[in-house]
Design a protein around this ligand. Structure first.
Ligand SMILES: C[S@@+](CC[C@H](N)C(=O)[O-])C[C@H]1O[C@@H](n2cnc3c(N)ncnc32)[C@H](O)[C@@H]1O
Length: 228
């Protein structure tokens, strides 16, 4: 049975980057968190590393229509109206042999925070709502969950040279603008400045947590000449 991906759009280069990042974060029995799993494409990349360590990957997703997409015009909402995406996710994990490693947590990402201890995660991957306020909130909510020395990462940080500074801010509360995820770029730059790693070969950004404080929060100018 093949992997089923409804609206799959995760490139191979991102999956390779994720495997490399998860490998860097790996510890015996590692604990990984994924915010935004959909059909499990990125989950499978992370799970391949987590499984080797004897660890666990918790995947947090509502697997349903976006609650504020009241007319269900968004692509994912439309798909979720007619498909049981959670069942697809479970079937994919089982087919790949990751069902014993991956624990789905079904619901809102913000609501799961109270269940998750601080300083517990070796790896956190964020690929949920790409609007600026949501990305920023997800990072702020989950930063305390990451161990010092753990790795935080996310997807859809790319084409940074193609976006003009005004559009980066003006278009940051939509999912994407001309194929560019302004909300992701703006939130990551604002919170981490140049301390984030991104080599341009994939859309995955990452950084190692070296202290309790967010590296650039409230201190560093935004990248790409955007005034704060
Ligand atoms: C871009 S897709 C994730 C793609 C996935 N990482 C992959 O490899 O295919 C975004 C996912 O985040 C979920 N999501 C977005 N905002 C959420 C929220 N506030 N709470 C729970 N799930 C959310 C959506 O249901 C969707 O499955």
């Amino acid at each position: 049975m093949p992997f089923v991906d409804l609206d799959g759009h995760v490139p191979e280069s991102d999956l390779e980057a994720l495997v490399a990042i998860a490998t860097r974060a790996a510890t015996p029995g590692m604990l990984a968190l994924e915010l935004g799993s959909w059909c499990g494409r990125s989950s499978s990349a992370i799970a391949s590393v987590v499984k080797e360590t004897g660890g666990t990957l918790y995947c947090i997703d509502r697997w349903d229509v976006y609650p504020d997409d009241t007319n269900c015009t968004g692509t994912l909402s439309q798909i979720a109206l007619v498909h049981d995406v959670l069942s697809v996710f479970r079937a994919n994990m089982k087919m790949l042999g990751f069902h014993d490693v991956v624990v789905p947590m079904v619901g809102e990402i913000t609501r799961a925070t109270r269940l998750i201890a601080d300083n517990c995660a070796d790896l956190i991957f964020i690929d949920a709502d790409h609007r600026y306020s949501c990305v920023k909130q997800d990072i702020l909510n989950y930063w305390p969950k990451l161990k010092i020395g753990g790795v935080l990462c996310g997807r859809d940080y790319d084409k940074v040279q193609e976006i003009d500074a005004g559009d980066l801010v003006a278009q940051s509360e939509v999912d994407s603008f001309n194929g560019i995820h302004c909300g992701v770029i703006r939130a990551v730059d604002e919170l981490f400045g140049d301390t984030r790693d991104w080599d341009g070969t994939s859309t995955v950004w990452s950084l190692i947590k070296t202290g309790a404080e967010l590296p650039a929060y409230g201190r560093t100018r935004l990248n790409h000449n955007v005034e704060q």
